[in-house]
Design a protein around this ligand. Structure first.
Ligand code: NAD
Length: 417
């Protein structure tokens, strides 16, 4: 979760102002984009299992809808604040634009520790939240998806509540739902697959053969675990992996499936045979060609950036590199594929899910994966071209490209009235 000392919204606005200055945008446009266009904060009363009544606070913030309906996840976490949701909504606008999906950005959240709730309480919380959101969300308006501590089941409850309230089953109101309710094949793997494709494109861009490139992956969850498996299948050699407690290293290559199975069984990596133990901090500094931080934010800092030995960093997580570390990596000639590009595979396949729902026609997994591959390749090529043309980093180029696309749409549409 977001470090409490960092205000995500302030960070997002600072980033936007930097881009605005680089693109010489009209100050009024930067000011307009600094705000969410619509914000809703709701009180959510829930009858608890013990008979008591508790009231939670939830938000849904829509940053910008100029390119299409807004899109973004919903997180349940005790540290959720309005500013965190605002900042994440703005980042979603850029992420959706960089992979050229016809969406603006949004984000939602409830300040709650879902691990303290029973399943029934979680369902009542979700349903009342959805009710309170009312027509703020909708398949042509704003489409939620899972985020931290929410999943396909939470999306199924949202889908059901929205559908009951509107008297018509509306699968396209959420994405990331179970396949049997109109979810798409390939969604679970999408972010990890996108990371793998981004790594392939980055290697090509750097003039490297992907076959045999050594990879270190931090995090073994939905993003890191799947990226490691798919990268190994594509000829990369995964030499290091870790969860939140410890890691393993084998310069000759790890059997990703065996490491994953061991971690699942023991809920830890300590004692994994045939590999050296390594700390989570030490893992980031292992010799490798590609480093994939895919756990949490703020992992590569000014303190450890001088010791990173990778040639390419592919940001599977959101915000794993601090801004001062970014400068160190740039200085050392290490290429960084930024989060808004590298981990956009999830939102891209959410888009494909929504398209299938609207058509009521579902595709084979191979088709989803093929479209994701094309989408990621095109996005990488566009960002790399912008970086070369403007002589900036991939991160600056991705942000500039995204903001340019949004501003272009705003300019063409003009201002009402
Ligand atoms: P997850 O909860 O499935 O997995 C997180 C993994 O990171 C776990 O293996 C955990 O043990 C490890 N971890 C946690 N804290 C750590 C620490 N301090 N140091 C090292 N490892 C640690 O989460 P996920 O869905 O894989 O998401 C990972 C990151 O990717 C997050 O930043 C998330 O916002 C981002 N992201 C996820 C998706 C998605 O589709 N899941 C999409 C875009 C971005």
């Amino acid at each position: 979760m977001t470090n409490a000392t960092i205000n995500l919204y302030d960070t997002a606005v600072t980033q936007l102002r930097d881009v605005g200055a680089a693109l010489r945008l009209e100050p009024g446009i930067v000011e307009l984009l600094s705000h969410c266009s619509r914000e809703l904060t709701v009180s959510i009363p829930v009858r608890m299992d013990d008979g008591s009544l508790r009231t939670f606070t939830g938000h849904r913030m829509q940053h910008n809808a100029v390119r299409g309906p807004t899109k973004g996840g919903i997180r349940y976490h005790p540290a959720v604040t309005a500013d965190e949701v605002r900042g994440l909504a703005m980042l979603m606008t850029w992420k959706c634009a960089v992979v050229d999906t016809p969406y603006g950005g949004a984000k939602g959240g409830i300040t709650v520790d879902p691990k303290q709730l029973s399943r029934g309480e979680l369902e009542r919380l979700t349903r009342r939240y959805t009710y309170e959101l009312g027509d703020f969300i909708g398949p042509d308006r704003d489409i939620p998806a899972p985020d931290v501590n929410t999943d396909g089941q939470v999306m199924a409850w949202m889908l059901d509540t929205y559908s009951v309230l509107h008297g018509v089953t509306t699968p396209a109101v959420v994405t990331g739902k179970p396949v049997h309710l109109g979810g798409t094949l390939g969604r679970i793997e999408a972010t990890g697959r996108g990371v793998m494709i981004a790594a392939q494109e980055a290697a090509r861009h750097a003039g490297l053969q992907t076959d045999g490139l050594r990879v270190v992956v931090q995090g073994m969850g939905n993003v890191g675990g799947i990226a490691a498996r798919l990268m190994a299948a594509e000829g990369f050699v995964v030499v290091g992996m870790c969860d939140s407690k410890s890691g393993v290293h084998n310069p000759a290559g790890l059997d990703v499936a065996a490491v994953t199975a061991y971690q699942r069984e023991h809920r830890a990596l300590a004692g994994f045979p045939g590999a050296a133990a390594v700390t989570v901090a030490g893992l980031l500094e292992l010799p490798c060609d590609v480093l994939v931080p895919a756990a949490v934010e703020g992992q590569i800092t000014a303190a450890n950036a001088p010791r990173i030995q990778a040639r390419i960093v592919v940001e599977g997580a959101n915000g794993p590199t601090t801004p001062d570390a970014d400068l160190v990596l740039l200085d050392r000639g290490i290429m960084v594929v930024p989060d808004i590009l590298a981990n956009a595979g999830g939102v891209f396949v959410s888009y494909l899910e929504w398209v299938q729902d609207l058509q009521r026609f579902f595709w084979a997994e191979a088709e989803v994966n093929e479209r994701l591959t094309q989408g990621m390749r095109q996005a990488f090529a566009a960002v790399a071209a912008a970086a070369a043309e403007r002589n900036v980093t991939l991160r600056q180029a991705a942000m500039q490209l995204a903001v340019t696309r949004v501003v272009e749409a705003m300019t063409s549409r003009g201002l009402y009235p």
